[in-house]
Design a protein around this ligand. Structure first.
Ligand SMILES: Cc1cc2nc3c(=O)[nH]c(=O)nc-3n(C[C@H](O)[C@H](O)[C@H](O)COP(=O)(O)OP(=O)(O)OC[C@H]3O[C@@H](n4cnc5c(N)ncnc54)[C@H](O)[C@@H]3O)c2cc1C
Length: 456
């Protein structure tokens, strides 16, 4: 079926596609959004288990300098609250369980000094990166030929230092550390302000959660133009001609002047383009894998660990369990929720097991950390976007060795009538929801500017 022409077609109703649509809507530019799923939000997915109990299966936190997210909360009157961050944290290193306060775990003095020096070095290197042109740094070639793992191994003089920084970085990047280049890691850190900011709860990227769940913000943004979204419409083909572009989904053919593609890299790669995308973009897409992470929630009648002065935060090198745990209880503390991240190879191993097995394993881990009260949860739920057809991984795309210096800005560069958004196109808060919003707005602005120029 041929659908009447609009000025713009947006592919993907994640935060980036919705942010682009919001900008176009405000500028009075006609558009439709084609979304493969039957919901909006993409890698953000709030799951209501009861009226007063929900979990964010995808993105959930915001923090300082994520200015657009706070502005959106303000615009829609959506409240946010502090992530619980009081009491003792736990470190499980080589089977030994210790408690500590603050962000640096209790270790032997040599490892502590090593960790401090290593983190400062990463901060210093990241500060030198221009997020708009990471390939322009004098040492870019060298840093792009190293994996993050190479760098951390070389700079960790003790096993404990390496294990702790490894777990921290796995939690930040959601991958095995050989899967990204050092340059990508430094870009990502700079893009999110600093390593400290990416790691921290207080003053960092994990400071706040959204009351009612993160998906609420996307829903509020989309309310004025909800009827512009066409659900269950995976885009298979995009055909550009001189005066218009056709976007094909199943039997439907949509026509527009311009297209914004706001989908994750592996799904962009699956779309057939006529004419084909530039060789730079296509080659990058051939090499652009996604991170792998699962979120596992154990839900209790109360956050009982708080009574025993535990924060709920755990860092663990045990390959059979979660890298990190956080207190994700409800805002009123009515239900106690512990959320564990299982990442990279650990995620593959964990999600290769039955749900019953996964639940048992998490309970026994929590009993080890927080005692017998952890034996009686009211519910277990876990989820990984790696298994989702329309995400194929998370949190975001991974720039491997050589990618930044070879393909530079190829991912986000417009091609003809095609504009590229999604968090992977972001320079600031790349990989985060804030980045998705900024990249969507930037793609919409490219179109608005071109239109104004054409009309001038
Ligand atoms: C487990 C997890 C935890 C995270 N935690 C945080 C966090 O705490 N804070 C934070 O800021 N970020 C977090 N992130 C990252 C954040 O969620 C993402 O960066 C952000 O949501 C990406 O938004 P996007 O719009 O770029 O892409 P997506 O959300 O992936 O949106 C893309 C949309 O395109 C659709 N689509 C795909 N292919 C097609 C097609 N061919 N045709 C039509 N539609 C298509 C998809 O269905 C999807 O709706 C997390 C992510 C995950 C998965």
């Amino acid at each position: 079926m041929k659908i009447p022409k609009t000025e713009v077609i947006i592919v993907g109703a994640g935060f980036s596609g919705i942010a682009a649509a919001k900008k176009l809507f405000e500028a009075g530019i006609s558009f439709k959004i084609l979304e493969a799923r039957d919901r909006i939000g993409g890698r953000v997915y709030t799951n209501y288990l009861k009226e007063d109990l929900y979990v964010d299966l995808g993105g959930q936190w915001i923090g300082p300098t994520q200015d657009r997210m706070y502005e959106l909360c303000k615009e829609y009157g959506i409240s946010y609250f502090e992530t619980y961050d009081e009491g003792k944290n736990i470190l499980n290193l080589r089977g030994k369980i210790r408690t500590y306060k603050g962000i640096i775990p209790k270790m032997d003095p040599v490892s502590l000094i090593n960790l401090d020096i290593l983190m400062r070095k990463m901060e210093r290197m990241a500060r030198q990166i221009n997020v708009h042109t990471p390939w322009s740094h004098p040492k870019a070639q060298k840093w792009d030929q190293l994996t993050l793992e190479d760098f951390l191994r070389k700079n960790s003089k003790t096993k404990s230092c390496y294990e702790v920084i490894k777990i921290g970085c796995e939690t930040i990047f959601a991958c095995e550390l050989h899967e990204i280049s050092l340059l990508h890691a430094l870009f990502y850190i700079r893009s999110g302000k600093s390593l400290d900011c990416l790691i921290n709860i207080q003053g960092g990227a994990q400071q706040h959660r959204i009351e009612g769940g993160m998906q609420r913000i996307a829903e509020a943004m989309a309310t004025p133009f909800r009827d512009h979204i066409i659900f269950n419409s995976p885009v298979e083909k995009v055909i550009q001609s001189t005066d218009h572009t056709d976007v094909i989904s199943g039997e439907n053919r949509f026509s527009s002047n311009r297209v914004i593609l706001a989908v994750p890299p592996p799904l962009l790669k699956k779309i057939h383009f006529e004419p084909g995308l530039s060789s730079e973009k296509s080659e990058l897409l051939d090499n652009y894998a996604m991170g792998r992470v699962g979120k596992c929630f154990m839900i209790y009648q109360t956050p009982f660990w708080r009574e025993d002065s535990f924060s709920g935060q755990v860092v663990s090198d045990d390959p059979l369990t979660h890298q990190t745990l956080f207190d994700c209880s409800t805002v009123d503390g009515k239900y106690g929720i512990l959320m564990g991240f299982t990442i990279g190879n650990r995620a593959d191993e964990y999600f290769g097991r039955s749900e019953e097995d996964r639940k048992k394993r998490m309970i026994s881990q929590l009993v080890q950390y927080f005692g017998e009260k952890a034996k009686d949860p009211i519910q277990y739920i876990d989820f990984t976007m790696s298994d989702e057809t329309w995400s194929q991984g998370c949190y975001a795309g991974l720039m491997p060795v050589g990618a930044w210096t070879t393909w530079r800005e190829a991912y986000r560069k417009p091609e003809g009538n095609l504009h590229f958004a999604g968090t992977e196109a972001a320079t600031v808060w790349h990989g985060y929801i804030e980045g998705a919003v900024r990249a969507g707005e930037a793609a919409a602005l490219e179109i608005i500017k071109k239109k104004n120029k054409e009309e001038a």
